[in-house]
Design a protein around this ligand. Structure first.
Ligand SMILES: Nc1ncnc2c1ncn2[C@@H]1O[C@H](COP(=O)(O)OP(=O)(O)OP(=O)(O)O)[C@@H](O)[C@H]1O
Ligand SMILES: [Mg+2]
Length: 246
């Protein structure tokens, strides 16, 4: 479904490569976390999958397309098969919840009759049918992100790419977002999510791909945010270290 083959990318003007020979294979229906410190290359990997960037070397294959060979005129059509969610929601501030989602369908030429059933359906999915006529400014951050997710999935994409979707949210709202993403995944959408959120990754126990300095350093199924060290137990300090000072 998504395959990166020895992808190397150095941004124009940068001294160091953002991605170094990154290879990765994601199957249909998977839920994958991309983790790693700031600047490690998580967003760059997502941008490759969206064909917002192209590799200097290597191949990116998504939904059967080799994105290096995809002509520019076919990129919009390709992107319609993907949903994308960002940390900062990116809703249109002057449109209502309903209009934000309907507009996304209108610009890709969906018929009115489709829009009129798909928008209420997806708003029910994210639990916001009662906020249909609200402006984004009248919603909480968690609600705004649910609208952004509704907009991303209303056209039933095969793949949902999420770049730190809980980065601006409190733990309770983050949990709601993760429950929603998990339901979307169970309905068949492949999800790749870049995150710094250790609690979420530890709780979800999905595949974790860790990237460091542009290289994949770990790829583990049902994993936690940090690798659990194997080998000898850590040295436990002698009891005297705990003695109370007089
Ligand atoms: N458009 C760009 N031009 C030049 N360098 C860039 C560009 N975008 C990213 N980089 C560099 O590429 C490297 C990887 O960046 P990337 O945004 O992929 O990291 P990230 O893991 O998403 O970080 P964060 O957790 O902060 O979002 C960084 O060194 C960054 O400075
Ligand atoms: Mg990033």
């Amino acid at each position: 479904m998504i395959r990166l083959e020895e992808v190397t990318k150095t941004y124009r003007g940068a001294n160091e490569a953002a991605l170094r020979s990154v290879s990765l294979d994601i199957q249909r229906g998977e839920f994958v976390f991309l983790v790693g410190t700031s600047g490690s290359g998580k967003s760059s990997m997502l941008r490759m999958m969206l064909r917002e960037e192209r590799p200097d070397q290597g191949n990116v294959l998504v939904l059967g397309e080799n994105l290096s060979r995809l002509p520019a005129r076919r990129v919009p059509q390709f992107r319609r098969k993907l949903g994308v969610v960002f940390q900062d929601f990116r809703l249109l501030p002057n449109k209502t919840v309903y209009q934000n989602i309907a507009f996304a369908l209108k610009v890709i030429g969906k018929p009115k009759a489709f829009i009129e059933t798909a928008v209420p359906d997806v708003l029910r999915l994210v639990g916001l049918d009662h906020k249909s006529d609200s402006l984004p400014s009248a919603l909480s951050g968690g609600e705004q992100q649910r609208v952004a997710i509704a907009r991303a999935v209303v056209n039933r994409p095969d793949i949902l790419l999420a770049d730190e979707p809980t980065g601006n949210l409190d733990p309770a709202s983050s949990s709601e977002i993760m429950n929603l993403l998990e339901r979307i995944n169970l309905a068949g959408t492949t999800i790749v999510m870049a995150t710094h959120d250790r609690n979420i990754v530890d709780r979800m126990q999905k595949r974790v791909v860790e990237i460091s300095n542009g290289e994949i350093v770990r790829d583990a199924e049902t994993a936690s945010y940090k690798e659990i060290p194997s080998g000898p137990m850590p040295v436990i300090p002698e009891p005297k270290d705990f003695e109370e000072k007089p």
